[in-house]
Each structure stands twice: as structure tokens, then as C-alpha cells.
Write a protein of this length. Structure first.
Length: 221
């Protein structure tokens, strides 16, 4: 199955099955029961979008008639006790999942107890540490996992800081208004000064014209 096909299936599952149940699809694997060749089932890792956060593995089966999917079975992550990959020395597509009650997923940040891995190479376990891609897919869940409620003291400190910020903003607004008024006064004073200067220049020009007229009169006589 190509990557583009898996992407299309993932989008369809998110839209039709998980979004209506307030769940986010983290990843899917195309699987079949051991000894059977037909791969018409998917194991889906999901996380709820509301608290308390619940991580689940959901078995989804494709209908034999048409391209629609049906939710068959759901297991909670906390019930997984063991993952057996059959052979630690070579790649093997078969694996067994052991549960106490129901199914559980591999995302360890949601686990309250550690899952035991049997016949899994240490290199593969090291590679299972979330990469940049898996972190980007589960970014929202990481943020939820890192969330901590504020203590009373922290709430009081934040409230005090916000009050100081509000006071500073109010002072800034008052300062801006005062500055605007002063600029308007200065603009008015400048205009009046310019007008007064123009008036003085006109008077000076008039006096010069009169003086030149008297000079012409004297020279003519």
C-alpha cells in the first residue's frame, strides 16, 4: 500500500470515525491476523481531545462492500502489558500484543507503568524514540502532557503582574493623549508664529517701498 493511499485512508478515518468521537488519530498500521493474507484491518492509535486524556488503540475494519470503515474494537493503552516482536535478530512483520483487559499503545509518555518488550532488538527500541515527525504529529498532545495547574501563589503573582501591565498601559494611553494635546498646542503656536513673521515681513516690505519712493522723489527734485 502506497504512502499516498495510507494518507488518504488516515484522513477518511479521522473525518468519519474519530472526529465525531472527539479523538485525534495519531497513526495507523495495516494489519491482518497471522496466517491470513488479506489485509483489510487497521490498528489506529488515538488520543482524546478533552481531559482526562485517554490513549487508545482502535481496530478498524474496511467493509467488503464499498470504501467505508467500521470501528470494531477498542483497547485502552493502560492495559497493554507486553509487546512480543518474535525475533530480536531480524526484521519480522509478526508481533503479539498482550493485555490485562484491553489493548494498549506504544506511546510511552501516556503510560503509568512500563510495557515489557520481548524479542525486540535494542536498536529498534532506540529508534522508537519520537522523531521530529512524530513530535510534530503529536504536538498538541505534548502540550497537554506538559500542562500543570498553577498554584495559588503563582496565580496571585500573575494577577499582580497583569495589574501592573494594565496600569502601565493606562499610563501609556494617558501619556499618548497628553503628548497629542501638547503637539497640537505646539502646532498652533508654530502657525501663529509663522503668521506673525509673515505680517512683520509685509510691514518691512511696505516700509522699504515707502523709503524707495522717497528716494525717487528726492532724486527727481
Amino acid at each position: 500500500m502506497t504512502a499516498s493511499t495510507m494518507t488518504a485512508i488516515k484522513h477518511a478515518l479521522q473525518r468519519d470515525i474519530f472526529t465525531p468521537n472527539d479523538e485525534r488519530l495519531l497513526g495507523i498500521v495495516n494489519v491482518c491476523k497471522a496466517g491470513k493474507k488479506k489485509k483489510n484491518c487497521f490498528l489506529c492509535a488515538t488520543v482524546t481531545t478533552e481531559r482526562p486524556v485517554q490513549v487508545k488503540v482502535v481496530k478498524v475494519k474496511k467493509s467488503d462492500k464499498g470504501d467505508f470503515y467500521k470501528r470494531q474494537q477498542t483497547w485502552e493503552l493502560r492495559d497493554l502489558t507486553e509487546v512480543d516482536a518474535k525475533d530480536a535478530s531480524k526484521e519480522n512483520p509478526e508481533f503479539d500484543l498482550h493485555f490485562e483487559k484491553v489493548y494498549r499503545w506504544l506511546n510511552q509518555r501516556y503510560l503509568r507503568k512500563k510495557v515489557e518488550f520481548v524479542n525486540v532488538s535494542s536498536q529498534l527500541l532506540e529508534e522508537s524514540v519520537p522523531s521530529g515527525e512524530s513530535q510534530s504529529v503529536g504536538g498538541d498532545e505534548d502540550a497537554l502532557d506538559d500542562y500543570q495547574e498553577l498554584s495559588t501563589r503563582e496565580e496571585q503573582d500573575i494577577e499582580g503582574m497583569m495589574e501592573m501591565c494594565e496600569y502601565a498601559v493606562s499610563n501609556a494611553e494617558a501619556f499618548a493623549e497628553q503628548l497629542s494635546r501638547e503637539l497640537q498646542v505646539l502646532d498652533g503656536a508654530n502657525i501663529q508664529s509663522i503668521m506673525a513673521s509673515e505680517k512683520q515681513v509685509n510691514i518691512l516690505m511696505q516700509l522699504l517701498d515707502e523709503a524707495l519712493g522717497e528716494v525717487d522723489t528726492i532724486e527727481g527734485s
